[in-house]
Write a protein that binds this ligand. Sequence first.
Ligand SMILES: *[C@@H]1O[C@H](CO)[C@@H](O)[C@H](O)[C@H]1NC(C)=O
Ligand SMILES: *[C@@H]1O[C@H](CO)[C@@H](O)[C@H](O)[C@H]1NC(C)=O
Ligand SMILES: *[C@@H]1O[C@H](CO)[C@@H](O)[C@H](O)[C@H]1NC(C)=O
Ligand SMILES: *[C@@H]1O[C@H](CO)[C@@H](O)[C@H](O)[C@H]1NC(C)=O
Ligand SMILES: *[C@@H]1O[C@H](CO)[C@@H](O)[C@H](O)[C@H]1NC(C)=O
Ligand SMILES: *[C@@H]1O[C@H](CO)[C@@H](O)[C@H](O)[C@H]1NC(C)=O
Length: 395
Amino acid sequence: MLFPLGSPQRCFWTLLVLTLMVLLLAGLLRVERHTLLLGGQAEGPPITNIMFLKTHKTASSTVLNILFRFAEKHNLSLALPAGSRLHLGYPWFFLARYVEGVGQAGPPRHFNIMCNHLRFNPPEVQKVMPNDTFYFSILRNPVFQLESSFAYYRHLTPAFSAAPSLAAFLAAPHTYYNQSLLRNAHARNHMWFDLGLDPNAPVEESYVRAHLAHVEQRFPLVLIAEHFDESMVLLRRRLRWQLDDVVSFKLNSRSRRSVTSLPPEAQERAKRWCALDWRLYQHFNRTFWAALRAELGPRRLRSEVAQLQERRRVLSALCLQDDAPKNKTQITDARLRPFQSGEADILGYNLREGLDNETLRLCQKMVMPELQYMAHLYTLQFPQKRPKNIPFLKA
Ligand SMILES: *[C@@H]1O[C@H](CO)[C@@H](O)[C@H](O)[C@H]1NC(C)=O
Ligand SMILES: *[C@@H]1O[C@H](CO)[C@@H](O)[C@H](O)[C@H]1NC(C)=O
Ligand SMILES: *[C@@H]1O[C@H](CO)[C@@H](O)[C@H](O)[C@H]1NC(C)=O
Ligand SMILES: *[C@@H]1O[C@H](CO)[C@@H](O)[C@H](O)[C@H]1NC(C)=O
Ligand SMILES: *[C@@H]1O[C@H](CO)[C@@H](O)[C@H](O)[C@H]1NC(C)=O
Ligand SMILES: *[C@@H]1O[C@H](CO)[C@@H](O)[C@H](O)[C@H]1NC(C)=O
């Protein structure tokens, strides 16, 4: 024996036993808390005041559909783009007056849900959203986000249209990228830009840390597109919604033909070029998993994800022709054809034939592309206004 039998050693064993007991107790309490939360909805009414910062090319159209359906089901008011606009002033900073119904005269008007594209500008958002609003957003790995932006905004973004390919762009981005053009917002640190921050700021540690802390303070929930189903589980818990409220089909996705796989060296260049987005993504991927671990634990998470996926399978078999997405030439109902952009084939769905009226209405809402759905809700909310004109539907 290294130590004579004496008080230091006894002390050690006592401490060890005590520590184990405390840990065991803490574990039991955790299980207890999870069981209590198992009912899920018991903690109060569903949250209905919501601001979703819709980032670009991050599965956010699918989240938008979820919010639109919830708003319609509960007759909630939406902060929709004013007049003939299709978004809330993007890429300029959001202003309250971009919202329909926010007049120069009269009392300030508040809305339940704000979720259309905008560049985040908190003081202006607060003018139209109630002070108990729940803020959330979604991020995607910036390498794949950039690849998606490149295909989608190829013809709209000068930095992209000047480059022969994404790999060429990444090999010499400064050749193509003029940072003083707002239309180049899609070409660098796009998510950082959407959050209202400067996409060209030098990547200094103190700057990055301070802004990550601000974003975290403003957005108590940041979802991760790569973990979409886990994201929906967490969102549902935070909003205290029903399972069906967060079940969705993937919207606005591209056909495989229009997705380019980037070689590893181009991926590394993308991370360096979009270093602010990369830091943002890494940070919120960590907080996302920490939140899941703290709230559910792995077993419960697996079971809730499985529940969600099963419900999606059931609805997909019920609603969708061939149970699969379709390209623009295959979609027979023009109202269900998604807007096409750049070099991307954006997919949508055909519904199955012979659905009864109630099922048809449910299925239509789940597959309705965002512009059409926005126009529909605009007319519901502002029946006296001229309906939104969705130009590509007329073509
Ligand atoms: C929905 O809300 C509007 C006012 O915001 C109200 O006039 C209308 O009656 C409501 N409809 C239903 C079905 O609750
Ligand atoms: C939120 O707004 C309500 C009324 O609009 C007000 O009574 C309340 O004090 C506000 N709460 C906070 C925390 O600002
Ligand atoms: C970048 O754009 C600005 C604004 O249009 C223009 O004045 C400037 O000449 C451009 N710079 C380059 C290098 O093309
Ligand atoms: C995100 O977090 C998960 C869980 O910790 C990890 O497996 C994954 O590699 C992370 N993704 C990235 C791109 O860092
Ligand atoms: C749409 O899909 C069909 C069937 O897979 C295919 O033959 C056609 O080329 C596709 N059209 C476009 C525009 O991708
Ligand atoms: C279903 O909707 C159509 C068109 O809106 C209507 O003509 C028909 O009567 C409805 N059927 C039932 C069973 O409600």
